[in-house]
Design a protein around this ligand. Sequence first.
Ligand code: FER
Length: 304
Amino acid sequence: MILSFLLGLTMMRPGERIVADSDQPSASLAAQQPGPLKFGPPVLGPDDKPAFPPAPVGFDLPREGVPKGKVETLDYESKSVGTTRHLVVYTPPGYTKENSYPVLYLLHGIGGTEREWLDNASPNAILDNLLADSKIAPMIVVFPNGRAEKNDRPEGNIYAHAPAFAKLDKDLLNDVIPFIESKYSVKKGAENRALAGLSMGGGQSLNFGLANLDTFAWVGGFSSAPNTLAPEALVPEPEKAIKNLKLLWLSCGDQDGLIAISQKLHLFLNQKNVPHIWHVDAGAHVFPVWKNDLYLFAQRIFRP
Ligand code: FER
């Protein structure tokens, strides 16, 4: 499903996500049920600009003559959730057990599932093309389901399931990663694991990545949602983050009302001298922004 989401904008564009606005007729319903927080229109400061030029046209389209990676859906037993769960895995073209690979764990948004990236962003084409152009390290990409509860489909009021997103760390650390590392030829150690995601998955990546610096050295939040912890809670020990992280990536669209969350973290990280990338793209809370983020982020992970 594509969740439409309008954040700080007055006009809806195709493919955009909506945030229910409590001034709308459904106000009484919204008052009783968990719903999105309201954010005003983005207020941009001097730092809020692109760190990199946008991806070239066609970066996300399958290119003739470019070897293609493999995408498969697998089931694993999750002890922490107590069910068999699905995840999607991309292995790069030429994947062989003779080699071993770093792994990017890439998380979806509040209305998505393990298929959201695949169904909306052609991440496999983006990665195949980057690899063919020698712009990324060959890597495995794992797309888990971010809703750590027995029924993990985006049904009913999707905001009511925010607490399940907050529990993904156990599933990720104790079930998903061991499963992937037993099944694929994977390089171990934090410097070979990246955690990134969009919106709700961006908040999860910052929350879990920064709390588990022994597990992940490359962390990225794309248009991170209100599930993102406060900066002081995310980075309680700046020295430790500075020492352990190889990349901390923050990005957001310049028309996305949620940008205030990332702006606040960016300013805190600057105050504490924690190196990071702050990339503000042109766009709202939409997949074109996240595709570009994946294109840029993938080129900066698993590098010396
Ligand atoms: C919220 C607004 C947006 C929220 C979550 C989101 C949990 C997530 C959006 C997305 O994943 O696209 O108030 O609260």
